[in-house]
Design a protein around this ligand. Structure first.
Ligand code: ACO
Length: 354
């Protein structure tokens, strides 16, 4: 076909559509609706920032109160759902929440309210599926805000540190056309329902090259005690041409502003934490050796470990935040929709007879 356009593999640097929700910006700063994500993390609450992502503006007092009430009144799951989780009894929480979300009853109607319900229930589904697996009692969420309530369900650490968790949740909220959001937009472009679109996104987020990286980071950091260990680890991985989780990014080639923010947060609250010290050594040597910056997942894993959050929750934490970004993208896609259906070049056999 003469009008074919051949694009780089993985669509690297290909602009496929426009979005007004977030950008990594010409300056390399991640902006949510024009505001720097790291500044929002420092100065705003999770609900204020989630409202901004979904609605395009920061909320006034009344809007915020309505938004919070809608979320909190839906923060419950039925006994039947708890029973199903006990039957599934699966360690991989991401698999559980993806499956439970896909079962969510969908009737054509108020799609925004459906998103609110999924957003409100996802933290509970995460925490309660872990309880079902571990045989521990389910807890009622406590605390005032969305992330504080979620923190109360999944952390065994010092509850005074919940605000550091909230900052991380804010930084995970949105990231323009990342893989899971793009999967959601492809689904939305077929005019499928929000539940199905979020199921696509959850399935895509799960992969180790995307959200799954954060749970793999701790495994290697635990074995690094000094600079010699860090060098040996990196050199071994590079020689074997293996990817090191928590490094590299499709968009951030010099620095991931979220990684630097979480690194500084850790430097403030846990400067002597052995995994933090190990992460810094690995980051410094990786940059020296390969020029690759750490991505947010390197320090997110260290932060969640320090906050007493079990590794089984790392990816669900990402999902419970990013679903608000998916919400905004679902409706943005529908506003000016064209089905996303690329072409392919064929590499199979020529037409042949049987
Ligand atoms: N470890 C070792 N080498 C790496 C890594 C890594 N983590 N990331 C990139 N590289 C190398 C590549 O091998 C390649 O080297 P080469 O030029 O010598 O062949 C070069 O850096 C460019 O990398 P690409 O693979 O082309 O980068 P791409 O944009 O396609 O991939 C990705 C980005 C998937 C994030 C990649 O860096 C990676 O696999 N990282 C590890 C997984 C990870 O941490 N994912 C989390 C991403 S952030 C998030 O989802 C919140």
């Amino acid at each position: 076909m003469s009008d074919e356009i051949i694009v780089p593999k993985g669509l690297a640097n290909v602009v496929v559509d426009s979005t007004s929700i977030a950008t990594t910006g010409a300056s390399g700063n991640l902006l949510y609706r024009g505001y720097r994500a790291v500044e929002l993390a420092e100065k705003k609450t999770f609900e204020e920032t989630a409202y901004l992502i979904v609605n395009g503006k920061l909320p006034d007092k009344e809007e915020l109160s309505r938004f919070r009430n809608e979320l909190f009144s839906n923060m419950k799951v039925s006994k039947e759902v708890l029973d199903i989780m006990k039957i599934i009894k699966e360690h991989d929480i991401m698999r559980n929440i993806r499956s439970m979300v896909s079962l969510y009853p969908y009737a054509k109607g108020n799609d925004q309210s459906l998103f609110t319900q999924m957003e409100a229930k996802l933290p509970l589904l995460s925490a309660y599926s872990a309880s079902a697996f571990l045989g521990t009692p389910v807890k009622e969420p406590t605390g005032e805000g969305f992330s504080q309530k979620f923190f109360s369900l999944i952390s065994n650490g010092n509850s005074k540190n919940w605000r550091s968790f909230e900052k991380l949740m804010i930084l995970y909220l949105e990231h323009e056309f990342n893989a899971s959001t793009f999967a959601l937009r492809v689904s939305a472009s077929t005019l499928t329902d929000p539940v199905s679109a979020v199921t696509s996104a959850l399935a895509t987020l799960k992969g180790p090259l995307h959200g799954g990286a954060n749970s793999e980071v701790l495994t290697y950091l635990g074995s690094i005690e000094n600079e010699a260990d860090a060098k040996k680890f990196i050199e071994g991985k590079l020689e074997r041409k293996e990817k090191i989780m928590g490094f590299g990014h499709r968009v951030y080639k010099k620095k991931d502003p979220r990684a630097q923010f979480v690194r500084e947060e850790l430097g403030r609250i846990a400067p002597k934490d052995p995994k933090y010290v190990a992460a810094e050594m690995v980051e410094n040597y990786m940059f020296e050796k390969k020029g690759l910056p750490a991505n947010v997942d390197l320090y997110a894993a260290v932060l969640m470990d320090y906050l007493g959050i079990n590794e089984m929750f790392y990816l669900p934490v990402f999902a419970c935040s990013r679903i608000f970004g998916w919400n905004a993208h679902y409706f943005e896609q529908l506003k000016d929709n064209k089905i996303i259906r690329p072409a392919s070049s064929y590499s199979g056999p020529e037409e042949r007879g049987l």
